[in-house]
Design a protein around this ligand. Structure first.
Ligand code: PLP
Length: 452
């Protein structure tokens, strides 16, 4: 980092520390009982995270009395905003009726009905408590269905925290080989067998992907991918590439799994509806639980039959003490009922407007920044090269990324650490303009120091 950029970041951190003294105290106490002071790596931010007191609508309030316009939305989850009155009402009623039973409720069927109706690839669906469990179960299903064991995923693709998707998720530049496969382990002593069973492909590279898929075709049960890549500032994949993957998987009898845990928010049927490409299976999470823990996986009848204890094809036990619990299911139904086509249109239109205003700002100040995103998702990338895959995304300037995040946090705006974010149904041009104007202020300052 240049001296001047370092100075800007230091100033921002000092301001933050001065504004968050109670959080600092709480954080220090928390570090005595939890590694890093919390229980989720993604809650970490430098120099320490602020602690939430409560949240309402578009804002989170911290325990020092600061307010943050929330574009993080718990990793895109809170599409209706915080504490939406309909969700509060639904949950209050359900809590009085009991929080969880060991038998099904109508809420499960109601949410399943809505999702099967909306998601093109869903003929049947099952619920889990997290997206991690959803991708894990979908992969098990693909293995059992195809009678093959290897899986393919993409470099830089995140699909939760279980072992078989934890390969080449965040590999460091210095650990990358010329080829994407074999992949890079995500932690020391990750079993070699996992690295052998997980084929790592490059996003948006038809030739290389084709070569690897053909090489392993006899053992490949599935390919898991995101149509809009969360880890690269919500970059939508090239449509040509998505279509190529659909065709080759169909041709070779490989199950195609779309991980739409984040991208489901771009239309009522998710990115698969927007792009017109239907996978064999889909995993969902985040928005479909109305702010409560959730995941779902589903797809073709003939695959989902593997979970049906009455079927002669039954093969996979899928337990889970809190699967489809009534609180999550009722909140999920409420959020879906609020997500009308008007609301999708409004959020996506606002997303277009945000991306276009941000791009104009960077053109105006002549700074190399790529604004990525799709629908209500966006990312701000300090990067001269066109982002198309993990390796090009890695070229994002990490110092400028940190400065923008820290500056916006002091202005009462919360983004994801890599300056990506999402909109909710409450936001208007006013909130967008505040984000754009604040981004212009700090970006001009950074540009001035670079020009000096
Ligand atoms: C694309 C994607 N897949 C899977 C997951 C895992 O979901 P969860 O955190 O609910 O386990 C996430 C979570 O951020 C995600 O973004």
């Amino acid at each position: 980092m240049t001296k001047k950029l370092n100075q800007i970041l230091d100033d921002q951190n000092i301001q933050y520390v001065n504004r968050t003294k109670n959080s600092y105290r709480k954080h220090n106490l928390a570090t005595k009982v939890m590694p890093g002071g919390n229980t989720r790596t993604t809650q970490w931010m430098e120099p320490y995270p602020f602690f939430a007191e409560n949240a309402e609508g578009m804002y989170i309030n911290d325990i020092d009395g600061n307010h943050y316009l929330d574009f993080m939305l718990n990793a895109t989850t809170l599409i209706l905003g915080h504490a939406h009155p309909d969700i509060v009402k639904t949950l209050t009623q359900q809590i009085q009726d009991g929080t969880v039973y060991s038998v099904p409720t109508d809420g499960q069927s109601k949410l399943a009905d809505i999702l099967v109706e909306r998601v093109p690839s869903f003929e049947k669906v099952r619920f889990t408590n997290s997206g991690t469990e959803a991708t894990m179960m979908a992969i098990m299903a693909a293995r059992s269905f195809t009678k093959k064991t290897k899986i393919a995923k993409f470099e830089g693709g995140y699909h939760g925290t279980h072992d078989h998707v934890s390969v080449s998720v965040y590999p460091k530049k210095e650990d990358l080989n010329t080829e994407t496969h074999p992949g890079v382990p995500e932690y020391s002593y990750q079993p070699k067998s996992i690295l052998e069973d997980v084929i790592v492909l490059p996003y948006n590279d038809i030739e290389k992907s084709k070569e690897l898929i053909h090489k392993f075709k006899d053992d490949l049960s599935c390919i898991i991918m995101e149509p809009i890549i969360s880890n690269f500032g919500y970059l939508p994949l090239d449509l040509e590439f998505i279509k190529f993957i659909r065709e080759i998987t169909e041709e070779l009898g490989i199950v195609l799994i779309f991980d739409e845990i984040q991208s489901f928010r771009v239309s009522s049927g998710g990115a698969q509806e927007s792009f017109g490409v239907t996978p064999d299976m889909t995993t969902l999470g985040k928005i479909i639980g109305g702010g409560l823990p959730v995941g779902a996986f589903g797809g073709k009848d003939e695959i989902m039959e593997l979970f049906d204890p009455t079927s002669s094809n039954y093969d996979i036990a899928h337990a889970g003490t809190f699967n489809g619990n009534p609180l999550t299911m009722e909140a999920g139904v409420t959020v879906m009922e609020n997500l009308t086509s008007n609301n999708f249109e409004k959020m996506n239109h606002l997303g277009d407007s945000l991306r276009s205003k941000l791009s104009s700002v960077f053109n105006e100040i002549n700074l190399d920044v790529q604004v990525t995103g799709y629908g209500s998702l966006f990312g701000i990338n300090f990067n001269k090269n066109k982002i198309k895959d993990y390796r090009s995304f890695l070229n994002n300037n990490s110092d400028m990324t940190k400065i923008l995040f820290s500056y916006l946090r002091n202005k009462g705006i919360l983004l994801q650490l890599k300056n990506a974010g999402a909109l909710n149904i409450l936001m208007t041009e006013k909130e967008i303009d505040y984000l754009v104007d604040s981004t212009r202020e700090i970006s001009s300052e950074m540009k001035d120091t670079l020009d000096e």
